[in-house]
Structure formats: C-alpha cells, structure tokens
Design a protein around this ligand. Structure first.
Ligand code: URA
Length: 238
C-alpha cells in the first residue's frame, strides 16, 4: 500500500505537491469515490481517477536522448522554443530527469517514472555526471585543483569533484576540461568555471552514471533496456 499522492506523482501525471492540491480540491477518485484525505493508502488493485483521467498503472517508459543545442529541457516553453519533448515521437507523456541548459548537449534521460526521477535527482544519490567543457582561456593547474576541491557558487562550496585537463589550445586560447560532479545544482558547471574567471563556450554531458550517447546523433534517442533501468534503480537504492 502506498500514499495516494505518491502514487499519482510516480505515475508521472503531476508533481506530488500538485497531486496534494488536487486531492484537497476533490479532483481525485478512488474506486469511484472522491478522496480528499492526503495519505490515503492505495494499492495496484485500486482504480484512481485524477481530473477525469484514469491513472495508468505500471506503464513506464524510459528514453535516452542525445540532447542537441538550442532546445529547452522543459515540457513547454513560454517563449515557444523547441523542447526536448518535441524531439520524441511517442504517445506517452514523459518528463526530463533534471535539466540541461538550452545550449548544453548530451545525455538526458526522460521518463514517466517519478520514483526513479526523484531518486536520480536527489542529492543523496551521488550519481556521477561527466561533463566536457570548452572554456575561454588557458586554465592553470591550480584552477584544475580548485575545481576538484570545491569552489564557492551561490554562497556554498561545491563538493569534491574530478577534473582533468584534456587539451590546451594556445593559439585559440581555449581549454577543454573533463569535469565529473555528483551534485546537480543550477548551472553548476558554468558557475564553477565562472567562479574561477572562465567563460564556458561549449558544454556537453558526456555521461550520466554509466549511460552515454556515443551511439546517438544529436537529437536521436533510444529506449533504455530493462537491464539499464534496473542498474539505475540499484544506484538510487544503494
Ligand atoms: N551545468 C551547467 O552549467 N549547465 C548544464 O546544462 C548542466 C550542468
């Protein structure tokens, strides 16, 4: 048995907070009866109807997208820009797991599995995210060490990371740095470089946990295998 607002959120229909609002407003029915009480326990035999929609049970979809540049990582955009959802031609409503900036490329998971999403984005899960950043300027070894030990962004030090210098282009005055972080703060990579005085010119998420998009062109996607989904679950249930 699970709390009803969790079941609604995990179905991907809406967030847990919105589910609670809908409950209080009397928009949720369980087996034909309106249920307003937060925390009502339900199980997979119960038929749950939210705002007239029958909640589908256990139909989970997991997509791995190679996000191209120039696409927002939201389900809709008030400026009418293309979204990652526009790139995926499937009938199921899915949502991105975390965010990548408009100009960032690379690994993005999309799913309607709220439990997995919450687990993966929760800071305690410590999922490694490997980014490749092209930055303006020739980065010093001292600054590579600072990326590793932590820099202050938004008033708080970043936790330990891995950083490796991949290339220095003395002519163009650019550097390529591989940075592995396990937090997921807003614009974290760009802010980490900015804190040291470097502008990020290009950013790619090369890997999320064990997943990469080497076999996918920008804009292409594939379904995750059951094995991959299980492996992701094992990382959040550590
Ligand atoms: N850090 C950033 O600054 N941007 C991203 O898109 C992802 C991580």
């Amino acid at each position: 048995m699970e709390r009803i607002q969790k079941v609604i959120a995990n179905s991907g229909y809406t967030s847990r907070r919105k589910a609670e609002e809908l409950l209080v407003k009397g928009k949720v029915k369980v087996n034909g009866k309106v249920v307003r009480e937060l925390g009502t326990l339900v199980d997979s035999n119960d038929t749950i109807i939210v705002e007239g929609h029958v909640l589908k049970k256990d139909e989970k979809t997991y997509i791995l997208l190679n996000k191209p540049r120039g696409v927002v990582t939201t389900t809709s955009d008030d400026k009418n820009r293309k979204t990652v959802i526009d790139l995926i031609d499937i009938p199921t409503r899915i949502y991105p797991v975390g965010r990548l900036d408009y100009d960032t490329t690379g690994v993005l998971i999309l799913t309607n599995d709220g439990e997995l999403t919450n687990g993966l984005i929760h800071p305690s899960s410590n999922i490694d995210k490997l980014y490749i950043a092209k930055i303006k300027g020739l980065i010093s070894p001292e600054h590579i060490k600072r990326l590793v030990s932590g820099v202050i962004i938004d008033g708080k030090k970043t936790s330990k990371a891995k950083a490796k210098l991949k290339k220095l282009d003395k002519k163009k005055e650019t550097s390529i740095v591989e940075l592995t972080i396990h937090e997921g703060r807003n614009h974290q990579v760009k802010k980490m470089f900015e804190a040291l005085g470097y502008e990020v010119l290009k950013l790619k998420r090369e890997r999320f946990a064990f997943l990469d998009v080497k076999s996918l062109k920008p804009g292409e996607y594939r379904y995750l295998t059951i094995k991959e989904v299980k492996k992701l679950y094992s990382l959040i249930n550590k």
